[in-house]
Design a protein. Structure first.
Length: 127
């Protein structure tokens, strides 16, 4: 049983590792035109992270609000940590508040999508 619980978190773990690699990879500065796309990428990646995290907690937990709040807080905190690491541990990357905002918005959108799906699903099953 414990093995099944751990296995459910593997997608979230792999997405988190992928985000860390992409965030900390040394690369030349992107041109200003890339800035909007960069924020979109941040949002999508953190929405994927949040969806995979909330999916891992199990269907029973998704009927309560706290797992959604915790997921947003954890995903956003992870984004903040990576922005701090970019600022102080890389030469070609810089931590930006705009990236952190995009991370938080992405996480919120991810949990909202799961919440909407769960509400729609439960209403469909009731009828």
């Amino acid at each position: 049983m414990l093995r099944n619980q751990v296995i459910r978190y593997i997608p979230a773990f792999l997405i988190a590792v992928g985000i860390a690699v992409l965030s900390l990879w040394e690369q030349p500065q992107e041109p200003p035109a890339f800035a909007i796309n960069d924020k979109l990428v941040h949002g999508v990646l953190y929405a994927m992270l949040a969806i995979s995290m909330i999916a891992a907690v199990g269907r029973d937990a998704r009927t309560r609000v706290l797992p959604y709040i915790y997921t947003c807080v954890i995903a956003t905190s992870y984004g903040a940590l990576l922005e701090i690491l970019q600022r102080f541990c890389t030469l070609t990357r810089s931590g930006e508040m705009a990236d952190l905002y995009a991370d938080a918005i992405g996480a919120i959108i991810g949990v909202l999508l799961v919440g909407i799906f769960e509400i729609t699903r439960s209403r469909h099953l009731e009828s």
